[in-house]
Ligand binder design. Sequence first.
Ligand SMILES: *Cc1c(COP(=O)(O)O)cnc(C)c1O
Length: 374
Amino acid sequence: MHVPFNRPYVTGVELDYVREAIANHHLSGDGPFTKRCHEWIRQRLGCGTALLTHSCTAALEMAAILADVGPGDEVIMPSYTFVSTANAFVLRGAVPVFVDIRNDTLNLDENLIEAAITSRTKAIAPVHYAGVGCDMDRIMEIANHRKLVVIEDAAQGLLSSYQGRPLGTFGQLSAISFHETKNVIAGEGGALVVNDEAFAHRAEVIREKGTNRTQFRRGEVDKYTWVDIGSSYLPSEIVAAFLWAQLEQADALTDWRREIWTRYHEAFADLEKKDRVRRPVVPSETLHNGHLYYLLMPNAAQRTQALQALAERDINAVFHYVPLHSSPAGRKYGRAAGDLVMTDDLASRLLRLPLYPGMTTEEQHRVIEAVHSL
Ligand SMILES: *Cc1c(COP(=O)(O)O)cnc(C)c1O
């Protein structure tokens, strides 16, 4: 029996909604399905404006433009993240400044941020790894004090919370992903969350190729024209229709993932006691969404062995990320703030296990057994 790393789950009504979108004769962006998705995000996150994008990467790029990040500006972020966190700012000519992560959550270490701030620092981009919240109280305190914009990379954070408040609602701007590996999917898709209404109008313009078309559609202006820089960041109604089917089931999908996550967590308690693995740490002030399950192996060699042993049993476990500060583009475009000791160490030992809604108990049992036999 092959156990894949991920299997995109469909709720079953996606095609019905896509058919409905076709019947609506509105296939470009911002039709009825997009509106429903916007409203859902607005209600669940309690944010002023939510805008669907074709990816989280696109939402991060929009955020970089909105935050007015330009050549030579610096943006503080973890090195332990997906490339898009950094790329969005590098595209504006800015320099990602990589700060080390916490040993427990693998999130940006809030205690190292201040030392990395210079006169060129413009923004902080915390990443909520595995859907576990960063210390947003401390990060917002530093940012407000230093007048920095906070852009949350909440790609993995949908329906997670910190101190009872949803992730993605702390920074002025945040980005969510609906990529097929995330909790709620649209194939490729994302959203920009605008928590500071001062950015809302410009966000709509940037998303519509730098035109005021969105305002025109609402009847706020009598013609639409080119008013700012921008690009095409909105997904079609076909994508929004698919996404709507998923958002309707977002709570169930999240619960499902959390159940599988918890089953892994309980099954590996004994291995942790024997120091054979370290399990994920979820601080009490955070509620996670079961996005991913990982184990930290004692060293890099054992991680490599584990990947191989699981592959031999036809179980597709993986690792990530190659820390950005040591990647070719990261070395060229960014810089590390100090020695990223935790990043280098933890990234070399982390093993991700298969986790997806629809994973059978039999599939999971095989993974649990295989890890115990390592
Ligand atoms: C998935 C992911 C992204 C990119 O999301 P896309 O929707 O694929 O562009 C960015 N940052 C993090 C932390 C991610 O996990």
